[in-house]
Design a protein around this ligand. Structure first.
Ligand code: SF4
Length: 211
């Protein structure tokens, strides 16, 4: 592994040793639904609606058979609730029909589910199934570009670039730690470069703290 990449990974590990998904869940189904609901919404807000949602509809079959208006009413605070209700119900129907109510583990089956893209699939693979997966959300994309680990804006290409440059046994940890870093320090508008533990390996940060 490239020495610079190793230093970045070690610094992230030191800064965020306990990082894990903030979405409350008890099983892969719950994490899958919570991740769909987290689009353009905070994890905190999602966590406020999911206890009621999963208490009313504990299994995919229950959600599949629910009245969509009832689902909408529960998830309304997460925003875009018409679309999200449609997506989570269609996803639940597909799980019940094609997979016996279980969440599949492979990328092809996961991304064939309604409302599930590679990002959501990789969240489920890493956080629910303990597999190594690179999750490319807005934070991972931005921080990885600033660190020079990719130059792309295309999430699929970024995922490929990161898989090529990072050792496989660090894919999941890098993803979640970088999400934390993007939320805490390397924010979109005002990255806190002068206090960043990655500064010495980050050209973007060095250019923006000169002076
Ligand atoms: Fe982000 Fe600045 Fe840290 Fe680089 S030095 S990772 S740009 S906060």
């Amino acid at each position: 592994m490239d020495k610079r990449v190793k230093n970045i990974l070690d610094a992230l590990e030191t800064a965020y040793p306990e990082a894990r998904t903030q979405l409350s869940h008890e099983n892969p189904f719950q994490l899958l639904v919570a991740t769909i609901l987290s689009a353009r919404c905070t994890d905190k807000q999602v966590n406020e609606v999911t206890p009621r949602l999963f208490s009313a509809y504990p299994a995919p079959k229950d959600l599949a058979e629910a009245d969509i208006k009832d689902i909408e009413e529960i998830i309304r605070p997460t925003g875009f609730f018409h679309n999200k209700a449609k997506n989570i119900q269609a996803c639940a129907k597909a799980l019940a029909k094609r997979h016996g109510g279980k969440v599949p583990r492979d990328m092809e089956s996961l991304t064939a589910l309604p409302g599930v893209g590679r990002k959501t699939a990789n969240v489920v693979k890493s956080a629910a199934f303990g597999e190594q997966a690179v999750v490319v959300d807005t934070h991972v994309a931005r921080v990885s570009r600033r660190l020079g680990l990719t130059s792309s804006r295309d999430p699929v290409k970024i995922e490929q670039d990161l898989m090529a440059v990072l050792p496989q046994n660090r894919w999941s940890a890098f993803s979640i730690q970088t999400i934390f870093h993007g939320r805490n320090l390397c924010t979109a508008k005002k990255p806190q470069c002068s206090g960043c533990p990655l500064l010495q390996w980050c050209d973007y940060g060095r250019q923006h703290t000169r002076g």
